[in-house]
Design a protein around this ligand. Structure first.
Ligand SMILES: C[S@@+](CC[C@H](N)C(=O)[O-])C[C@H]1O[C@@H](n2cnc3c(N)ncnc32)[C@H](O)[C@@H]1O
Length: 214
């Protein structure tokens, strides 16, 4: 049976955010999906995956009003906190999507994203859960395809084992080159501390990766 291709309709309520229910109701079995353009201009597009309470995204979106920002978060309760932050700051350049980024990012057009940010992705520390980690080579390759040439991927983690895996997986994506001599640094002077960083990572060794698409 041939796969049907459905164009997903994403209506951003109040221009800012959408909940997963709106997307889920359009899903069908044996279906592929495409997306319309979220933005109708050529301003730089930035994507944060796993925004948590949205502090980091709001901070960079406020500083860069002439760029667009999309934030993904799966967990509804903190997604609502992120919405409140965006609304309080009246950030019309931010769109929030409560959905799994690994479903959505592949639907973005290739060569359209200027920066991806992944702050403290869930490390799934138990060995038997390691396979649930987001930053696998396949997904990193997809991220690389979505980046414009010269576009950047920022990753922060405080989990030694995940950092080791991220390093191996990044090395497998030939289009991404490290900005730092040894792929990561343990201190970033201008890093805007996320809630996770302040609560947990500040006591730990943090690995900051910055990759650039060739
Ligand atoms: C450890 S928290 C870090 C939150 C925030 N970035 C910070 O630094 O405070 C990881 C976040 O990623 C979200 N997340 C995990 N997998 C995701 C996915 N596939 N798509 C979108 N969000 C995801 C989780 O719900 C969680 O809020």
């Amino acid at each position: 049976m041939e796969k049907e291709i459905i164009r997903l309709n994403i209506h951003f309520e109040e221009g800012f955010y959408t909940f997963s229910d709106q997307i889920k109701s359009q899903m069908r079995p044996l279906t592929e999906y495409t997306l319309g353009n979220f933005f109708t201009d050529d301003k730089p597009l930035n994507v944060e995956i796993g925004i948590g309470n949205g502090e980091f995204l709001c901070h960079i979106a406020e500083k860069r009003p002439d760029e667009h920002f999309i934030g993904f978060e799966v967990f509804r309760k903190i997604f609502r906190k992120a919405i409140s932050k965006v609304q309080k700051k009246n950030l019309s350049n931010v769109k929030l999507i409560q959905y799994d980024a690994s479903f959505f990012v592949p639907l973005l057009a290739n060569n359209t994203v200027s920066n991806f940010y992944v702050n403290f992705p869930d490390p799934w520390p138990k060995k038997k859960h390691n396979k649930r980690r987001l930053l696998k080579p396949e997904f990193l390759k997809i991220i690389s395809d979505k980046l414009i040439p010269g576009g950047k991927l920022f990753i922060a983690t405080d989990h030694d084992d995940y950092a080791e895996e991220i390093l191996i997986n990044l090395k497998a994506v030939s289009e991404l080159k490290p900005e730092f001599e040894n792929y990561f640094v343990n201190e970033l002077i201008d890093y805007y501390p996320t809630k996770y960083y302040r609560k947990f990572a500040i006591k730990n060794k943090v690995y900051f990766f910055k990759m650039v698409k060739l």
